[in-house]
Ligand binder design. Structure first.
Ligand code: ATP
Length: 382
C-alpha cells in the first residue's frame, strides 16, 4: 500500500502548459478524483503518475520512492482506461492473466540473463480466481470479449488491473463507454471494490456527479491548475472560487452581479431587479465590499416557493418576485426557469408548487447557503 505525492508537478507541450505546478498529497487507501472540463490537464497528470508521460519539472512520489525516473512497469501501478483494450482472440481468463504471464515473480535476487520465468501457474490461478469472484466473473472466464456485455468487459479490464495487486490504481474515465444505467451500477460496484481492496486510487473524470459520488476527496482542475482539493461536501458548501462553485452541482449555481449596500447594521445585496438582506454573520463578511460590484451565487436547490411550507421562513429580506418562463417536471421536484428584470435564474422546487408559466411567483432564498465572490479575483468572499 502507498500514498502518492505530487510536488510542483508540471508538464509543458511546447507553448501549452497542460499541468501547472500541481501539488497533491493522496493518502494511502484514499480514492481521489481528478475532475475538470476537457483540456484541464487531468489525463496528463494521471499519465505522468503512470510514467506514460515524462514530467517537465516537479516530483512524483509513490510510497516512499521518487518515481520520476522509474519505468511504468516498475511503479507498482495498474491502469484502467475508458477503452478497455481487451485482446479479442483471448478468453477472459487469458486477458486477466496476460500481464502476470509476462511479469517475473519478484524474488529479491538478480535474474539470470534471458530468464523467461513468470508467475507460477498456481499463483496466477489464485489471483485470477480471486479477482473473478470479487467481480462476479467466475462463470465467464472461458468466454471471449465479444461474448460479453459492455459492463462485463469493463469488469474484465478491472480484473486485469486487480490481479497485478498494485499499490496504486490509476483510472481514466473507466465508465464513460457504458450506458447511463450501467454507469451508475458500475460506479457503486467500484466504490464497494475500493472499500474491500483498500488500494489507493486516482480516478479521472469530467463528470462532476461521478466525482461527487465516488471521491473521498476531489481535486477540481482548470487550465492545468488545481483550483481546490477537498471532500465532496466541502466543495459543494464552501467553493473557494467562481470556477469551483459553477462546476460542482447540477444544475449549476446561479450567479447574479450585485452591489452590497449598508443600511444601518444590515447589508443588502442590490441586484437592480431585486434586493436581499444578508443574515448577520454573512453581512459581517460582506461589509468590506459595500459599494463594490460583486457576484452573488445561489444554488437552484436553495430556492423555495413562498406559498409552500419550506425550510426557510419568508421575510421581506429573502423573498423576491419573479416571472416563470419554463417548468420542467422531474418527479419529486420541478426545475423552473425564472426571470427578474434582465436576470435569468434556475430554481429546483417541490413539485407541489402551483407555479404556472408566464405568471408571477414569490420565491424565498435560503441566504444562509448563498455565496458571494470578488469579481476581480473570482475568490469567495464567503
Ligand atoms: P479530456 O477530458 O478532454 O481528456 P484532459 O483534462 O484530460 O481533457 P489533457 O488530455 O490532460 O486534458 O490535456 C491538457 C492540455 O494539454 C490540452 O490543452 C491538450 O490539448 C494538451 N495536450 C495533451 N497532450 C498533448 C500532446 N501530446 N501534445 C501537445 N499538447 C497536448
Amino acid at each position: 500500500m502507498a500514498g502518492v505525492v505530487l510536488k510542483d508537478l508540471t508538464k509543458e507541450f511546447k507553448e501549452v502548459i497542460a499541468v501547472n505546478k500541481v501539488n497533491l498529497e493522496i493518502k494511502d487507501k484514499e480514492f481521489l478524483v481528478l475532475v475538470g472540463p476537457s483540456g484541464c490537464g487531468k489525463t496528463t497528470a494521471l499519465r505522468m503518475i503512470a510514467g506514460l508521460e515524462e514530467a517537465s519539472s516537479g516530483e512524483i512520489r509513490i510510497g516512499d520512492r521518487v518515481v520520476n525516473d522509474v519505468s511504468p512497469k516498475d511503479r507498482d501501478i495498474a491502469m484502467v482506461f475508458q477503452n478497455y483494450a481487451l485482446y479479442p482472440h483471448m478468453s477472459v481468463y487469458d486477458n486477466m492473466s496476460f500481464g502476470l504471464r509476462l511479469k517475473r515473480e519478484p524474488t529479491g535476487k538478480p535474474w539470470p540473463l534471458n530468464s523467461k520465468r513468470t508467475f507460477h501457474k498456481v499463483e496466477i490461478d489464485r489471483r485470477v480466481n480471486e479477482a473473478a469472484s470479487l467481480l462476479g466473473l467466475e462463470t465467464l472466464l472461458q468466454r471471449k470479449p465479444k461474448q460479453l456485455s459492455g459492463g462485463q468487459r469493463q469488469r474484465v479490464a478491472l480484473g486485469r488491473a486487480i490481479v497485478r495487486e498494485p499499490k496504486v490504481f490509476l483510472m481514466d474515465e473507466p465508465l464513460s463507454n457504458l450506458d447511463a444505467k450501467l454507469r451508475v451500477q458500475t460506479r457503486a460496484e467500484l466504490i464497494k471494490l475500493h472499500r474491500r481492496l483498500g488500494i489507493t486510487t486516482v480516478y479521472v473524470t469530467h463528470d462532476q456527479v461521478e466525482a461527487m459520488t465516488m471521491g473521498d476527496r476531489i481535486a477540481v482542475m482548470n487550465h492545468g491548475l488545481v483550483q481546490q482539493c477537498d471532500t465532496p461536501l466541502n466543495l459543494y458548501n464552501h467553493p473557494v472560487n467562481i470556477f469551483v462553485a459553477g462546476f460542482i452541482g447540477s444544475p449549476a449555481m446561479n450567479f447574479v452581479p450585485v452591489t452590497p449596500k449598508a443600511e444601518g447594521d444590515a447589508v443588502w445585496l442590490d441586484a437592480g431587479a431585486f434586493k436581499v438582506e444578508l443574515p448577520k454573520e454573512l453581512a459581517d463578511k460582506a461589509r468590506g465590499y459595500v459599494g463594490k460590484e460583486s457576484l452573488f451565487g445561489i444554488r437552484p436547490e436553495d430556492f423555495y416557493d413562498k406559498s409552500l411550507v419550506g425550510l426557510v421562513t419568508p421575510t421581506s429580506g429573502n423573498t423576491i418576485s419573479v416571472e416563470v418562463e419554463v417548468i420542467e417536471p422531474l418527479g419529486n421536484d420541478v426545475e423552473i426557469y425564472l426571470t427578474t428584470g434582465t436576470q435569468q435564474l434556475i430554481a429546483m422546487i417541490d413539485s407541489k408548487t402551483q407555479a404556472k408559466v408566464e405568471e408571477k411567483l414569490d420565491i424565498v432564498l435560503d441566504l444562509e447557503k448563498s455565496h458571494l465572490f470578488d469579481k476581480d479575483t473570482e475568490a469567495a468572499i464567503y
